[in-house]
Design a protein around this ligand. Structure first.
Ligand code: XIL
Length: 360
């Protein structure tokens, strides 16, 4: 049975009292910063977005908002294995290189996404016949070659993506089957060898708050740290849905990862709802973004807040979640929504009170 559609509404009133701060998509209009990027930089937090590189190459308005509102970019698809090695042994880095160049031209950092996943693997790999040793060698080569190609240009790599089930057991992936649970530690070691300066992240969804899955990730990362595996952070994807309410104790969750001397980052934030959307749901979406952002702002080791695309026009949500949409900060006409105002206002308020746990 579906939970009440507006489970997030209870926290809306407190966070949405003022909407007069909303700006249009462009740059700052006065002396006070108003872009998300500039407001984030006042409090030491990078604000990022996933980028659709097809749209980036054809749409000037998309380029402009991506450049002016955000200080990091993540390729939505073009660094995934199927994109970079469509034919075994033949790499195609073109689209990803173009995004790295765009980021450089606009003073942005890049989150590399993603090296080890069970999804978006090339067909030659999924339909081929390989021994376990061959699969291990292929994964090692893939990580080494990709991280080496982008060496020096990636701020944070999502090294391993979505390795757990919601109940906290390890997901049955080709890598678990071929290599066993050590594939995770191996992947971090191989990535570190190829680019010792990149920050290496474990990334997953439904781990924003306390629960069996985040407990399992916490236990794994504690173990990896104790073993000296080169891991620097945990990525909380942040795909929320207004029908499920807010994750529980996000701040406490970030603090326990910080206690392992790990960074954290929200890596794919969006808040979906059923469409057509009501005014109350638009406010509830803002509350969802704010819950994650406010926790991140409170924890010094939470170093970036990335949305999974900024416009509903290009969102992955309607393709994957039947009947849902409206998950992004801007609508399909590139107009900022209530969620944009909520995020902007929270960053402005944080600028006046920049205390963060873990900062001395
Ligand atoms: C999604 C992209 O947004 C889609 O365009 C693509 O078709 C499938 O992948 N978790 C992740 C992301 O780590 O890589 C996924 O991105 C969304 C869920």
């Amino acid at each position: 049975m579906r939970l009440p559609r507006l489970a997030l509404a209870g926290v809306v009133a407190a966070t949405m009292a003022v909407t007069g701060v909303m700006a249009s998509g462009g740059g700052a209009t006065g002396a006070q910063p108003s872009t998300l990027k500039d407001l984030g930089s006042q409090v030491g937090l990078r604000i990022g977005t996933a980028v659709n590189t097809d749209v980036l190459s054809t749409d000037a308005a998309y380029r402009s908002i991506t450049a002016t509102q955000f200080s990091t970019v993540t390729p939505e698809n073009v660094m995934k294995w199927d994109a970079v090695e469509p034919t075994q042994g033949t790499y195609n880095w073109t689209a990803a290189d173009q995004l790295v160049a765009f980021a450089k031209a606009n003073g942005q950092k890049v989150r590399g996404h993603t090296l080890v996943w069970e999804s978006q693997l090339p067909a030659w790999l999924t339909s081929g016949t390989f021994t376990n040793d061959q699969l291990k060698a292929l994964l090692h080569k893939h990580i080494t070659d990709e991280v080496t190609h982008f060496k020096g240009n990636i701020w944070q790599w999502d090294v391993v993506n979505e390795a757990f089930n919601d109940d906290g057991t390890l997901r049955d992936t080709p890598w678990l089957r071929a290599i066993g649970p050590d594939y995770i530690a191996d992947a971090f070691r191989w990535a570190h060898e190829a680019d010792p300066k990149a920050l290496l992240f474990y990334n997953d969804y439904n781990i924003e708050g306390m629960g069996p899955k985040s407990d399992a990730v916490y236990a794994l990362l504690s173990k990896l740290k104790a073993q000296g595996v080169p891991i620097d952070g945990v990525g909380l994807q942040g795909h929320l849905d207004t029908q499920y309410g807010l994750p529980s104790d996000i701040t406490g969750n970030l603090l326990r990862f910080a206690s392992l001397h790990l960074y954290s980052a929200f890596t794919e934030a969006d808040v979906r709802t059923f469409v057509p959307v009501t005014g109350a749901e638009l406010l509830a979406e803002g509350a969802g973004y704010n819950a994650m952002l406010q926790s991140c702002l409170q924890v010094a080791r939470c170093i970036s807040f990335t949305v999974w695309g900024w416009s509903d026009k290009w969102s992955w949500v309607p393709r994957v979640f039947t009947g849902e949409g409206s998950a992004d900060l801007y609508d399909e006409n590139y107009q900022p929504k209530e969620a944009y105002a909520a995020v902007q206002q929270t960053l402005q308020l944080a600028g006046g009170a920049p205390y963060r746990y873990g900062q001395s």
